[in-house]
Design a protein around this ligand. Sequence first.
Ligand code: ATP
Ligand code: MG
Length: 558
Amino acid sequence: MSETPAEARSLNFLEEIVEADLKSGKCESIHTRFPPEPNGYLHIGHAKSICLNFGLALKYAGKTNLRFDDTNPVKEETEYVDSILEDVRWLGFQPAHIFYASDYFEKLFELAVRLIKKGLAYVDDSSSEEIALQKGSPTEAGVENEYRSRSVDENLRLFQEMRDGRYADGQKVLRAKLDMSSPNMHLRDPILYRIKHAHHHRTGDSWCIYPMYDFAHGQSDSIEHITHSICTLEFVPHRPLYNWLIEKLEIFPSRQYEFARLNLTYTVMSKRKLLQLVNEQFVSGWDDPRMPTISGLRRRGYTAESIRHFTERIGVQKRDNLIDVSLLEFCIRENLNKTALRKMVVFDPLKLVISNYPDTVEMLSSEDYPEGAEINSSRELPFSRELYIEREDFMEEPPKKFFRLSPGKRVRLKSAYIIQCEEAIKDASGKITELRCTYLPESKSGADSSGLKVQGTLHWVSAPHAINIELRLYDRLFKVENPGSEDGDFKEYINPDSLQVLTHAVAEPSLRNAKFNQGYQFIRKAYFCLDKDSSEEKIIFNRTVSLKDAWAKEVKKG
Ligand code: ATP
Ligand code: MG
């Protein structure tokens, strides 16, 4: 699968809308926004929305705001705000402005007063149970209660008293006076404001009434002159209310457009569920490398570029769908194939002694990148008489097509020599503890005059130079494709083997200087990155993704 140039790709439906609006003069330039609620870390679904909003503005020379939708004082924290800022920047985007819906509390209050003055909002004393009952059902009209006919003056006084803290939580709400028999339940006098005596992460204790999503969101869009307010499909039934409020308040006419949210196989995406995984310690934190969060993917070794490509490839849909996580894996693999430094690491070491090799150390050169890569560099590797190879690369009684090492057989050691296995040494229990081999001095890689052809090439590490590293091998966090849609609690479907830690791996010494933000390919094994918990005493690598390319095979087959 190769990248399609932007010009060659047909427009997605949002690009079509934007182009039409620019052409007709409906707007001079576009202004989008990304409006996260700071009640959790961003996940790959949010990345889709970020790339879409910022991507549209970049493509059509517009602007994108980052707006924290912080109208719910109870669930929000500054830790989340900080992580969101970091993730958006890391993905490669610069917001034109950073705003907080809470900055608009005064303005929103004034807008609510405007609505009351127009006779389009009223203070309701009913309890939340009564409100729910009076609302009716989709097949049965709701009923108008006695508070609905309050005078404008009374409503103004009561709303001010709500703000002044005269009432307890839940004692009163402000509702739009709309249509109690509308077939759209969202239009049956939706609640605009509720009382909540709670501390807010930015406004402190200045407010005890807070606007509901439907009242804050569209109005904030309008205040910022957002032209295209892009959200996910569950907001389709909210759109009539979004438009009604803008029309009645006579404010800037932002327009809402909806696309399908991104769902990925073998994971859950809702912040509520991700929070449970964190709180109940199924994972080590929001940035656990198994999490679908942007910080988790980053710690896992995903690059911003690979995530942007992924969101580009899946496109913009109007219908809910489930994307195969192997497409995401394909994108990072494709990216790392070009950028990852090749290294030799032995996961499960077996000692190998080359009996005819002198007691010296030789420096050999090995390529950092695969053949044909843009960058062409190499490093020096120490080679000596005692090496480690992968235990699984030796078999005493091999099956027919085993091209690795076995008694009497030859293989090439990567970037080094051809060796032949002479003997396997065992301990009392019969376990192989060491291999004795001989090498062919004239078979050195790059200067091979041996004339011999061998089928297998093994990776290796010089034993006296080897460094110890810890490997964290991650697998999918869930055992089933769609844990959110299975019976019972989604946590019952957690994969118990999603993390395997190898503590005895040995690596070539150059990995002592491994860097963050650099991908590595441990050849013949997988892609890895340095973990943030790594230190000089304990070097830790996370497996980003395996080398095998299941998705590409699927595509070829299909
Ligand atoms: P969640 O349901 O995961 O808790 P949310 O929708 O409550 O997410 P918000 O912080 O309100 O999270 O979302 C910010 C923006 O990101 C919204 O515009 C929302 O529509 C969008 N978004 C959230 N989840 C996805 C997703 N899975 N795919 C695409 N966009 C998403
Ligand atoms: Mg939300």
